[in-house]
Write a protein that binds this ligand. Structure first.
Ligand code: ATP
Length: 249
């Protein structure tokens, strides 16, 4: 069975923190692909006017080029009402479409969503979060400054969480135990329609880097290459995309 993860975000710009959590998830879960999908407009990020989608997509393609498992994706591109669209992109719709397209393919595919602890802790506020949580399994990367102790409390009330794998999952795990078997999950989510999805935490990641901080230092020249992939920096330097007069909302 193929394994694919959806990885949405602003990617404004994509940085080594994104690549580090994607690498950890791809290695641990033997993922065939991670779809890095810049969002045209994120509903919960109202304050900062995101850089033009085309720049963010291009930078994402450059950031992901060194790992064949990482694929830049247009799944969350601006919708047909144009770049000044007023309606945000909702993950429940994007993930729903991805899931439907995978179900239609001949080869069965397991679908995961990758996100950081800050995003997870906010998940109860996402549009139709209960429906969203039933659409895939979830991989949550730790992030400095955000405690996963509150991870269960972040769930919407309609979703019931059980610590650890469900009995069904344990039986499948025992039957399939091989190098490609999944690790035991941290939470099993029970949904209103009796569907089950799972959540894994990656608690050891400590990538102390954010796009907001990076944008703050880009004017001062090349930030630490440990923070920003070289091809992304070259693109930013050439296009001056983060100069105030070029930034577009
Ligand atoms: P900003 O600082 O502008 O909020 P960001 O660095 O959080 O940006 P996004 O592109 O919005 O970047 O993040 C996409 C996803 O990657 C989110 O789920 C976020 O939680 C996760 N993520 C980003 N940086 C890290 C990090 N350093 N450690 C763990 N997860 C991260």
């Amino acid at each position: 069975m193929r394994r694919i993860a959806f990885f949405g975000g602003s990617f404004d710009p994509p940085h080594r923190g994104h690549l580090a959590i994607a690498t950890a998830a791809a290695d641990l879960f033997a993922l065939d692909q991670i779809l890095f999908a810049p969002a045209a407009r994120q509903p919960l990020k109202g304050k900062y006017p995101a850089t033009d989608f085309l720049h963010r997509y291009t930078m994402t393609a450059l950031a992901t080029q060194a790992d064949l498992r990482f694929v830049p994706s247009l799944l969350d591109a601006p919708k047909s009402d144009g770049p000044n669209q007023t309606r945000p992109n909702y993950t429940v719709e994007t993930l729903g479409k991805l899931r439907a397209s995978l179900v239609a393919e001949p080869e069965p595919t397991a679908l995961f969503t990758l996100l950081g602890a800050d995003s997870w802790l906010d998940i109860g506020h996402w549009f139709q979060s209960a429906r969203l949580l039933a659409l895939s399994d979830w991989i949550v990367a730790a992030r400095p400054g955000f405690s996963l102790a509150g991870a269960e409390a972040a769930l919407p009330p309609e979703v019931k969480a059980e610590r650890g794998p469900s009995a069904i999952d344990l039986a499948t795990h025992a039957a399939n135990h091989s190098s490609s078997a999944l690790p035991a999950c941290d939470l099993t989510l029970h949904h209103a329609d009796a569907a089950i999805t799972r959540v894994w935490f990656l608690p050891h990641l400590k990538e102390d880097i954010s796009a907001t901080e990076l944008r703050g230092v880009l004017d001062e020249g090349h930030p630490d290459p440990e923070l920003l992939p070289e091809p992304v920096w070259n693109y930013i330097a050439k296009t001056q995309v983060y100069r105030a007069e070029n930034a577009r909302g």
